[in-house]
Design a protein around this ligand. Structure first.
Ligand code: XIL
Length: 682
């Protein structure tokens, strides 16, 4: 077991620096104290003229300090004499990363002046007992000569390792390049709200699930998961590319860890998914020489035998530990005249892959509920193709027990009535139904991107969550499982799909704290809302529509055509000349000597706030010890909080939230006067 390093990081930095630097500590940067937002644990600026522990990955390429170009200061790291795309600079981070903490890793890259444009990516290589795994932190990003390009992404180590490095490689050729200003930071995990009602208890009509990665089992995330949910789905760990990456070699490391966690915490496990057109390795549809299989009887038999072998092994491995399997996933394409998705499965086998999959799954997992799972099942054409397929196959005797409705939606879509219509329709088929992947994006198109999330979007999201859950509860006789696709906003797939943008589709935010959707779902008023001791401006009331920083238009993927139409308020009940902000300060949790505070700063004016400093004075000697989503100073009673890099710009109607831990004694009264950038906010 590797020791927890966070508490010892400052010390470690100093002792390593003193020992000549075994790991990557810049001589000009030390770890920042963990009391002011993101903590920097590695920083390479190369200003000291060394490589700061960066090395050559294969030993043949040359990695050296350079003054030819620099992103900041006058030095950078140069990498030359590369002989393949993967040969490049590498940094050992074994002794600085700890499991379960999400790190933000950033680096700037510029190609050598004579190099043709290429793409670069940032990855992690981890090993245990000599077995290596490679994980992409930042995907291929265009890079060129003469320009610095930033690669930045997040990574959470979820497994034990005895070797751990970060490296940068190129995609096409192997040009020389420079890198500079590498940083690795983390935001200390916020404790979960342990006193709030559990979602699984409020909705005890069905198992209440969340899709997870292995990192979701650790630390505060693991606590949040076990507190609110009693079912889990592996977001990726049971898919074909995770379980049988090469033919007949099966890996269950991450999935087994999830099953173990589930058993230890009285949770059930859904299996996702045995057959899909995505995340299936290429070999499945190739012959021994690597050529793509063509549709012949022989090749049909070959892929069906691979399918059977896969299901026998995977479903057989988990046995009764899985209560429901998504046997096939997303087989309908309503754009086809017959509704059948033209996947390689279909083109090589027709519908026989579905028949084989269910038949074999029934044989090896006789007690699992076997589902056919799909998205957009509330769209009439898709729903009807799925209905007809299930009806035909069931009539043939194919053992389909259940229809899975993924229910990926957004704040405008789908409607409760379309959802109800879909459930009612399938109920007539005599199948069970499960809600398998629900999330509610704050975007209604594929291109908008917020810099800070408007309260109005979170309010609409809460309303839609509740409306859809009301339908599920009304149809509890037909629905025997409800799963959300993620645990907290930070781990949602929607942060990178369909484009990279900040999304917030779940019940808990990135700091693991409850969102309006949570409180609306459980039918209680959020203490944060009721603890509003300072709502400085009456224009912050719900009567005043808030402007949004983008104008989301109807999604092409979503048939809903009712876009959010943010309209700026023409008249506010308060004088906009004197009111630019409101502050909501609440105590999220309190114990004998400490408390957790949460502050929402909202721009209630008509102009954008670019950078903010929020100040107040504590009346009872309270002292902040740690703050996230901003940085702070405290001088006696006076606290000043400055925005973090990502939440400094507040368009009218939008807000920023930060939280903190503090100490108190005898009384912990709530501050009543706030200033923002020197102007009174009340
Ligand atoms: C997603 C995962 O959440 C991502 O991490 C992965 O990169 C892509 O797949 N429908 C499904 C799920 O059935 O398997 C998908 O999960 C989301 C859409």
């Amino acid at each position: 077991m590797r020791p927890s390093r966070r508490a010892t990081i400052g010390l470690l930095a100093l002792s390593l620096a003193a020992a000549g630097g075994v790991v990557a500590w810049s001589s000009s940067h030390q770890a920042k104290a963990a009391d002011s937002g993101p903590v920097t644990i590695v920083s390479s600026d190369f200003e000291d003229g060394t490589t700061q522990n960066w090395a050559s990955r294969s030993g043949t390429e040359v990695v050296e300090n350079s003054t030819t170009v620099a992103h900041g200061g006058t030095h950078s790291l140069s990498i030359t004499e590369r002989t393949s795309t993967w040969r490049g600079p590498v940094l050992d981070v074994l002794d600085v990363m700890e499991m379960g903490t999400q790190y933000t890793i950033t680096v700037w890259v510029q190609l050598a002046s004579d190099a043709s444009s290429d793409s670069a990516r940032l990855s992690v290589e981890r090993q245990l007992s000599g077995t290596a795994s490679y994980e992409t932190v930042v995907n291929n990003t265009a890079v060129s000569a003469g320009t610095w390009t930033k690669l930045s992404g997040t990574y959470t180590l979820a497994t034990e390792v005895d070797f751990l490095t970060v490296y940068i490689e190129t995609a096409n050729a192997y040009p020389s390049f420079y890198l500079d200003d590498f940083t690795m930071t983390y935001v200390p995990a916020t404790p979960i709200e342990s006193g709030i009602p559990n979602v699984k208890d409020v909705y005890d009509q069905f198992p209440m699930g969340a899709a997870i990665s292995r990192a979701s089992l650790l630390g505060e995330r693991g606590k949040l998961l076990a507190k609110h949910f009693n079912s889990i789905t592996a977001g990726n760990a049971m898919k074909w590319d995770a379980t049988e990456r090469t033919e007949d070699t099966f890996t269950y490391t991450d999935a087994d860890a999830m099953v173990t966690f589930a058993k230890a915490n009285n949770m059930q496990v859904r299996g996702h998914t045995l057959v899909w057109h995505n995340q299936t390795p290429a070999w499945v549809f190739q012959d021994a020489s690597g050529a793509t299989l063509t549709a012949t009887e022989e090749n049909k038999a070959l892929v069906l035998s691979r399918l059977e072998n896969h299901i026998r092994n995977v479903a057989g491995h988990f046995g009764d530990d899985i209560y429901a399997w998504d046997v096939v996933n997303e087989v309908i394409d309503e754009g086809q005249s017959d509704g059948n998705r033209r996947s390689s499965w279909y083109t090589l086998t027709g519908l026989d892959y579905i028949r084989t999959a269910f038949t074999v799954a029934r044989e090896v997992a006789p007690n699992a509920e076997l589902c056919i799972n799909d998205y957009n099942t509330t769209v009439t054409s898709k729903r009807d193709f799925l209905y007809n397929l299930v009806s035909t196959l069931k009539a043939e005797g194919v053992p389909i027990d259940c229809v899975g409705h993924q229910m990926h939606g957004n704040i405008d879509w789908p409607s409760a009535s379309d959802t109800e219509a879909a459930i009612t329709k399938f109920a007539a088929l005599g199948v069970k139904q499960q809600i398998t992947e629900m999330d509610i994006s704050i975007y209604t198109d594929n291109s908008s991107s917020y810099t800070s999330i408007p309260d109005s979007a979170l309010a609409s999201q809460a309303t839609r969550y509740k409306a859809l859950f009301d339908v599920y509860v009304a149809h509890k006789a037909d629905i025997d499982s409800v799963t959300l696709w993620g645990l907290e906003d930070g781990d949602s797939w929607l942060n990178t799909y369909p484009i990279t943008r900040i999304d917030a589709p779940l019940l808990f935010d990135r700091n693991l704290q409850s969102k309006p959707a949570y409180w609306t779902l459980i039918g209680q008023t959020s203490p944060a809302a009721s603890a509003t001791s300072v709502t400085a401006s009456p224009s912050a009331s719900s009567a005043s529509p808030s402007a949004s920083s983008v104008s989301p238009s109807a999604s092409s993927a979503s048939p809903s055509t009712s876009p959010v139409s943010p309209s700026a308020s023409s008249a506010s009940p308060s004088d906009p000349g004197t009111s630019v902000c409101s502050v909501t300060y609440s105590v999220a949790g309190q114990w004998p000597s400490g408390f957790q505070g949460s502050v929402v700063l909202k721009n209630t004016g008509t102009a954008t706030i670019s950078g903010w400093k929020l100040s107040w004075a504590f009346a009872d000697g309270q002292k902040i010890s740690q703050l996230w989503n901003g940085s702070y100073t405290q001088s006696d009673a006076t606290v000043t909080v400055t925005n973090a890099s990502w939440n400094g710009t507040l368009a009218p109607g939008t807000s920023a939230t930060f939280g903190f831990l503090g100490s108190w004694s005898s009384t912990n009264s709530i501050p009543t006067a706030f200033t923002v950038n020197g102007a009174t906010c009340s």
